[in-house]
Design a protein around this ligand. Sequence first.
Ligand code: NAD
Length: 339
Amino acid sequence: MRVLVTGGAGYIGSHTVVQLLAAGHQVEVVDSFANAKASVVPRIEALTGSLLTVHAFDVCDRDKTEALLAGGAFEAVIHFAGFKAVGESVAEPLSYYDNNLDSTLSLVRAMNRHGVRRLVFSSSATVYGADPELPMREELPTSATNPYGWTKVMQEQILRDVAAADHSWRIGLLRYFNPVGAHPSGTMGEDPQGNPNNLVPFIAQVAVGRRERLAVFGGDYDTPDGTCLRDYIHVEDLAAGHVAALHRLQAMAEPVGVWNLGTGQGTSVLEMVAAFSRAVGRDLPYDIVERRAGDIAVSYADPSRAHAELGWRAVKSVDDMCADAWRWQSANPQGYPDA
Ligand SMILES: NC(=O)c1ccc[n+]([C@@H]2O[C@H](COP(=O)([O-])OP(=O)(O)OC[C@H]3O[C@@H](n4cnc5c(N)ncnc54)[C@H](O)[C@@H]3O)[C@@H](O)[C@H]2O)c1
């Protein structure tokens, strides 16, 4: 298929582009580089042996998005582009609503106008809200605890409404749990700008000497070791879930499919620190500090619908995630180069 990938220079997008190319799809990327470096592109090309066409603009720009869809002869779009930092979304809600909603509206309008009605969308387990029943199943009600989460709830709703109005759409809403890890080559990985918001990039930066100690937010949760439990999923498994969803859209009877992409296993923060320490070969220093506002104690998926309908399941272990994240971080202590 000819596939347009928005946000394809970002963390999950870049890993997915590599797998799409490996599966024989023709891929073009559009990315504003608001949260990515251009030096990821030659890394993708080196891994795949393909030249990648990259359009460097903001998908909120309706004229440019319209022109891209008019000329691209795309058969499907995977929409990763968006802002994703929960804390930043609390501090700057308008920029999150602007970017996440406008990019989706601009893209979907242009797709509709040019008859490209297959879309895979990056949603999140955050749409299960503050106190979900466990394990989290796709049919649970949606809500959110912060502006970022609300943008995901709203984007899902917009896409459902678009598909309800025109049944020729085929839309996959993929609810990711906690993506971590890196490409096994060590040449691509997660490269947060500024303070990492997520656990694994933070531990990786402690391990490589960029930060002194890890802060573990809360040690008094109602969990076996008192720290939060999350369903960590290797970014390579997640990328494979996108390829599976893209294939599924072609055969789908209903306009919208919703799939959790997780392992179904909860791992505590301290278990993750121990796994990362095994990967590095030494204990990593941490302090248990106050809880962080908005964190829920436990989050893990029921991934059985994705098994049944996409023929997909996560296969990589927590040790694989840490070994690959460490290979990436130790080979690229400062992340991707600027030029
Ligand atoms: N990483 C996670 O923990 C996680 C979890 C659940 C859902 N998601 C969602 O998955 C998607 C990808 O996440 P990621 O971790 O790869 O993030 P990322 O920031 O690495 O990638 C997003 C990419 O989109 C680009 N971008 C942002 N706004 C844009 C716009 N308006 N036009 C064009 N490009 C734009 C950025 O430059 C970046 O390259 C996001 O929508 C995110 O909300 C991520």
